[in-house]
Design a protein around this ligand. Structure first.
Ligand code: C5P
Length: 234
């Protein structure tokens, strides 16, 4: 069995509903993403519970602080045993390098968020960023790579261009995934699992299409097959 490409976004406000959902899923088919809401509610104990059930964990806390503080946070995250952790590329070169030095390559995967997809051109102009968003994303991805990070989070629409620019070994983690027949919700720029993989994504972050499905395991199995079929097709 290939390593699972699906990362289920556990966007819950507490451990109980998260673990109820997790009990229905299969660690052979997916990993888990724990973000700020769930981690604030349930902490490292929940990470341990997920890992004890056999799931690898992406700790999505998007660290952004002075280099020393981010390095310390990354070190502690790695000591908890998480598979992947992330930082904001906007923290700059010194912060990214400090995060890299805190995590030995080949241990916990270290990736960067480039621009938040919630920020449009006007929001970026408000904080003095006047280039086109895609240009800024590419610049930040290059910076992350130059600092030795393993990859970036990017929207499905940015994936193809970043794969071209960054080469085959740079890890691309893509949210905003929607199966053909599922509701788009508040996501604006979506792709199907098949499209995202064809565009070069390594991992797909999928939340509501799985967490809100009538049968979450069935949906997970269906998406897994779609991804494996696309990978086999090249
Ligand atoms: O439910 P849904 O599939 O939209 O969840 C997507 C997950 O990916 C959420 O946890 C969301 O915070 C995260 N995410 C995103 N867009 C980004 C970065 C992260 O949707 N640009």
């Amino acid at each position: 069995m290939n390593a699972p490409r699906i990362i289920v976004a556990l966007d819950f406000s507490g451990a109980k509903p998260a673990l109820e959902l997790v009990a229905k899923l299969d660690p052979q088919l997916c990993r888990m993403k724990v973000g700020k809401e769930l981690f604030t509610a349930a902490g490292p104990q929940l990470l341990e519970q997920l890992m004890n059930k056999g799931f690898e964990v992406f700790l999505d806390l998007k660290f952004h602080d002075i280099p020393n503080t981010v390095a310390g946070a990354c070190k502690v995250a790695a000591s908890l045993g998480v598979w992947m952790v992330n930082v904001h590329a906007l923290g700059g070169r010194k912060m990214l390098s400090a995060a890299r030095e805190a995590l030995l390559p080949g241990t916990t995967q270290l990736i960067a968020v480039t621009l938040l997809t919630s920020m449009g051109r006007d929001d970026l102009a408000d904080i003095g960023l006047n280039d086109e968003p895609e240009i800024i994303v590419q610049r930040l991805a290059r910076l992350a790579s130059a600092c030795g990070l393993d990859g970036v989070v990017c929207s499905a629409l940015e994936t193809a261009r970043l794969r071209q620019i960054m080469g085959k070994d740079f890890c691309l983690v893509t949210p905003g995934i929607r199966p053909l027949d599922s509701s788009v919700g508040d996501q604006q720029r979506v792709a199907t699992p098949r499209q995202a993989i064809a565009n070069g994504a390594d991992y797909l972050v999928i939340g509501r299409p799985i967490t809100q499905a009538a049968d979450p395991l069935l949906m997970l199995q269906r998406l897994h097959v779609e991804i494996e079929t696309q990978l086999a097709a090249g």
